[in-house]
Design a binder for this molecule. Structure first.
Ligand code: GLN
Length: 555
């Protein structure tokens, strides 16, 4: 058993400072120095997991390989570290209380009064140490959700205080992320909010070891000295985190600030191996110098909140860089697409993605988007509900199945081309009951999507209750929409494509959960490639028209 080291990342002043990105960047640097690292997120809400949350509340729900419905920060952890997370990497207050209450009912605490301290804090500490124990990591970084001072995160903060004692100073440290706002009227950076939030941590019994200061402007030596003095940390432990061009630049900025060296020094770990960030820098170079631009529309119903589609937009960043092209992602509200304006909303795009989702709101707009892509030979990717919409559209407008639908939307449709999975039929509770996590998919060799995967057996992550209804498969295949990915164990359709189309793919799974900086997902890479070919074709036609125009003018 290793002597695992623990790093806690807390946040102060405001939420949304990017604790997830700082945690991921630090983890990346430590990983690049040869350490095995994982990141865990502790969320202070009472839901047992975010699976039951509306995306407007908390952004996308990210799904791990082993089928946990988790916070979207876990997506960042995987995209940065290129290693999978698991059930243990996301813990909520709801889950902590659930297991303590279950133990109480079983009689495990018989005779005792069950209390926040020690029972809840013990359970929290157990969950923090479980990740290390199960997977034997050198370093576990635990991000504490919320902002220091919130009532609901108090038990987490108290657990960190206790663990600092239990483990001793060189085995555990606290990195506190705060904001140093710039006041344009006085032209100054202000440290007072940071001082206050550190004081709040100190009142809870925790002296942060390192302060990471989010800022719009460079921090002067004076500011750093002041923060060090007032917050009781060494000057080398005051780290600047300035606004970056992309989140993927943050590891390099943190390296410049020596965050990794400071951490290793405090944890008594050797820092002799220089971080190997070659492939990461290669990616950044491609990301920053694209050769062309494509416009892709993301059609969904939660588009007001871009975080609701975080993994999809990041997958496009990875796939764009892989193709040396910039993806201009346009968020299009599916409720605003109708028969009359589809051309105006979608006509200028080189790619259309119909997003995952649940329920009937905005569904007809998604179906129209799939239709527009099919009829105008625009590259199309439908993910989960997006694939189901493409199937419904094809049934209605190509097969002539009037009122075809998914039984999720219309239980009495005469053509249930998408129907509830057999295994879902007896299930009535909502939390954690979907088909979740990774399942195998056999890819038809003679297909377009095989060109992307170059593999016959793939594993992809799922989150759904409904499926393609195999009763209609022959009708679809005869008319030109083929099932080219099938689950070998259950025969469920996982990938549909239209061989006659430029690039038209629907996937029942979520490829976006598996795309990372170092391994962009092949489905996204190939989709973007198809959009580039359309851009080039458009450019060529435009040039030809210009030449013709010029010739006409000459004559
Ligand atoms: N609502 C659909 C289902 O449950 C699709 C889910 C999704 O897009 N993740 O099958």
């Amino acid at each position: 058993m290793k002597n695992t080291k623990y790093i806690f990342v807390t946040g102060g002043v405001t939420s949304s400072l990017g604790k997830g990105i700082i945690s991921s960047s630090l983890a990346k640097l430590l990983q690049a120095r040869g350490y095995s690292v994982t990141i865990q997120k502790l969320d202070p809400y009472i839901n047992v997991d975010p699976g039951t949350l509306n995306p407007y509340e908390h952004g996308e729900c990210y799904v791990t390989q082993d089928g946990a419905e988790t916070d979207l920060d876990l997506g960042h952890y995987e995209r940065f570290l290129n290693t999978p997370t698991s059930q243990e990497n996301n813990v909520t207050t709801g889950r902590i209380y659930q297991s303590v209450i279950e133990k109480e009912r079983r009689g495990d605490y018989l005779g005792k009064t069950v209390q926040v301290i020690p029972h809840i804090t013990d359970e929290i500490k157990k969950r923090i140490r479980l990740v290390a124990k199960k997977y034997n990591y050198d370093i576990v970084i635990t991000e504490i959700g919320g902002t220091v001072g919130d009532i609901e995160s108090l038990p987490y903060i108290e657990s960190v205080r206790q663990l600092k004692w239990d483990l001793g100073p060189s085995n555990c440290l606290v990195v506190h992320l705060t904001l140093v706002p710039y006041l344009p009227t006085s032209g100054e950076l202000k440290t007072k909010p940071t001082q206050h939030s550190v004081k709040m941590l100190q009142e809870a019994g925790i002296q942060p070891d390192i302060l990471v200061l989010r800022t719009q402007k460079k921090l002067s030596e004076d500011i750093r000295n002041k923060v060090a003095l007032f917050c009781n940390v060494q000057i080398s432990s005051v780290i600047e985190s300035i606004d970056a061009f992309t989140i993927y630049e943050v590891p390099l900025l943190m390296q410049d600030e020596k965050l990794d060296e400071t951490v290793l020094h405090k944890l008594n770990l050797p820092a002799n191996q220089k971080p190997d960030l070659g492939p990461w820098k290669e990616f950044l170079k491609r990301l920053k110098s694209p050769k062309e631009t494509v416009r892709i529309g993301l059609v969904g119903k939660y588009v007001e909140l871009h975080d609701a589609y975080k993994s999809i937009s990041e997958s496009f960043t990875h796939a764009g860089a892989a193709n040396e092209c910039k993806v201009d992602l346009e968020f299009i509200h599916s409720e605003q697409i109708n028969e009359n304006n589809a051309g105006q909303k979608l006509g200028h795009l080189e790619g259309i993605l119909v997003a995952p989702g649940f329920g009937s709101r905005g569904i007809e707009g998604k179906i129209l988007a799939a239709r527009y892509a099919r009829e105008h030979d625009i590259p199309f990717l439908g993910i989960c509900l997006g694939m189901q919409c493409a199937v419904i559209e094809f049934a209605r407008n190509v097969l002539g199945f009037e009122n075809a639908n998914s039984t999720e939307i219309n239980r009495r449709t005469p053509f249930p081309v998408i129907d509830l999975m057999e295994e879902q039929k007896g299930i009535t509770t909502k939390g954690g009951t979907m088909r979740l996590g990774a399942y195998p998919c056999r890819v038809e060799k003679n297909s377009r999507i095989y060109q992307a995967y170059k593999k016959e057996l793939v594993n992809e992550r799922h989150r759904h209750r409904y499926e393609f209804n195999n009763k209609y498969l022959k009708d679809f295949e005869k008319a030109g929409m083929k099932a080219v990915g099938i689950n070998p164990d259950t025969n469920l359709v996982e990938i549909m494509e239209m061989p006659e189309h430029r690039w038209f793919v629907g996937v029942q799974f979520h490829p976006e959960y598996r795309s990372t900086v170092l391994q962009p997902h092949p489905v996204f890479v190939d989709f973007v490639k198809a959009t580039i070919s359309l851009v080039r074709e458009k450019n060529k036609t435009m040039k030809q028209q210009e030449i013709k125009e010029a010739e006409r003018n000459l004559n």
